[in-house]
Design a binder for this molecule. Structure first.
Ligand SMILES: [Zn+2]
Length: 69
């Protein structure tokens, strides 16, 4: 039980750090300013094409990301 809360807190802290880094760069934290999310294929026979980041509407801008509803 303790492990999961530690792991969860670690993930939250990591995300918060990432978020503030992206904020200082003015980039969307979800797509890292690319405007697209690319998913690494988990299996060799499965390919998922990159899709537009819905959290910044493909702009890759932090201001767009923070302004989402
Ligand atoms: Zn984005």
């Amino acid at each position: 039980m303790g492990f999961f809360s530690v792991f969860y807190n670690w993930q939250v802290q990591r995300y918060e750090k990432h978020k503030s880094e992206m904020q200082s760069l003015g980039k969307c934290p979800d797509c890292r300013g690319k405007g697209m999310i690319s998913v690494a294929p988990a299996f060799n026979d499965v390919y998922i094409s990159p899709y537009e980041c819905s959290n910044c509407n493909g702009s890759g801008l932090y201001s767009e990301w923070i302004g989402r509803p």
